[in-house]
Structure formats: C-alpha cells, structure tokens
Ligand binder design. Structure first.
Ligand SMILES: C[S@@+](CC[C@H](N)C(=O)[O-])C[C@H]1O[C@@H](n2cnc3c(N)ncnc32)[C@H](O)[C@@H]1O
Length: 187
C-alpha cells in the first residue's frame, strides 16, 4: 500500500476561483498533445469529460466528431458559463478534491492534465483519484500528461511514482505513450 500523509489540514472547499484568469490563457501544451492524440483515435459517440475546462476550447483545434458529447469540471463560474456558451453539454462547478460534492456521470474518456497540481492534501488527492477513476465506464480511459506532474500550486501537487502504484492497487491499467499517461478501467 502506498504511503500517504494523513489529512491534518482543515481543508476548505468553500472557496471558488473568482475572475477569468484561466479563461483568458491559451490551452496548455500538455492538453494540446492529448487533444491531438484523441483526434488520431477519432472517438465516435463517446461521452467525454474535461477536468479543468480552462478557455473552453477543448477539441476545437484538431476537431472531434460531433457525435461525441463533452462535459466539464471547473472551479470557476466564468469558465463554466463560457464553456456552455461555446458547446459543452454539462459543466460541474465543483472542487474536484471535495468528496462530499463529487457526483458526476460515467464517461468513456476523461482528460485531466493536472491530476494533482491543485490538491489540498494527499488524503483528498487519493479520494479524488478513486472517485474520478470510478467515473470511467468499463474500458474507459483517463488521459493525463507528464507536464502536469511538475506543476504544483499547494505543496503536495507533484505527481509521483507512489501515485501510479496507488492507481495500480485500485486495479486500473497504466500505460505511458511518451508524455501521455493513459489509465484504463479494466473491471
Ligand atoms: C491551468 S488551467 C488548465 C486548463 C486546461 N485544462 C488546459 O490544460 O489548457 C487549470 C484548470 O483547472 C481548474 N481547476 C483548478 N483547481 C481545480 C479544482 N480544485 N477543482 C476543479 N477544477 C479545478 C481551473 O478551473 C482550470 O480550468
């Protein structure tokens, strides 16, 4: 069993991001690589979830078949409004690390570039990983990216080998294709 810190922090999930900070930034290089990878896979009729909708332009550069539906998660009200205005179906305004409000549909494909970057503590990161991976349908895939593993905003946000070990212990398959992490639900 991977060794994680217990939650000694009084994690506060009431604060939501205000303003348009992420909204106005270009899509990260990491997400662009995943979007290109998905374009090559050419999913049809899939339910896709983008965790961290940012500027809301997921899939627009390379294009995705219109049969797919795109939902999102964000911590920022303005991002939610923008994404829905663009073409997102449903956008959850939640803090993804808050297990009490984590209640989403099941997805064929989930994209989360920053799995751990904004984690308040190890305990809530682990709970998030459990919840998000169990939001995959059987044989669904979650895609993340190594660039996101080196971006830490909270002091616990660097993704490590023990995180891969934990995901494997949960019974998911992990593959790396260059910088892209592909986690598959196999049971
Ligand atoms: C740096 S932006 C990345 C946007 C986009 N995924 C990309 O790679 O271009 C971070 C995104 O994560 C979202 N975010 C940050 N912390 C979050 C949290 N705790 N729960 C849910 N979303 C969060 C922000 O709202 C924002 O959309």
């Amino acid at each position: 069993m991977a060794n994680y810190q217990r939650c000694f922090l009084n994690c506060n999930f009431n604060e939501f991001q205000k303003g348009t900070g992420w909204l106005e930034k270009p899509t990260t290089k990491a997400q662009m690589e995943i979007e290109h990878y998905l374009y090559l896979l050419n999913p049809i009729n899939k339910k896709i979830l983008v965790v961290g909708v940012g500027n809301g332009r997921f899939g627009l550069t390379y294009g995705l078949d219109e049969s797919n539906t795109i939902d999102g998660i964000t911590i920022c009200e303005e991002e939610k409004e923008n994404a829905i205005e663009l073409y997102y179906d449903k956008v959850y305004l939640i803090n993804k690390y808050n297990p009490d409000t984590f209640n989403i549909d099941k997805y064929d494909i989930i994209v989360d570039v920053n799995l751990k970057s904004y984690a308040c503590c190890d305990k809530h990161f682990k709970e998030y990983i459990y919840n998000i991976l169990h939001s995959l349908k059987l044989q669904g895939h979650l895609y993340s990216h190594k660039d996101g593993f080196t971006y830490d905003t909270t002091g616990v946000g660097f993704y490590e080998q023990k995180d891969d070990d934990y995901i494997k212990e949960l019974g998911f398959n992990i593959n790396y294709m260059d910088n892209i992490l592909d986690i598959e639900r196999i049971k």
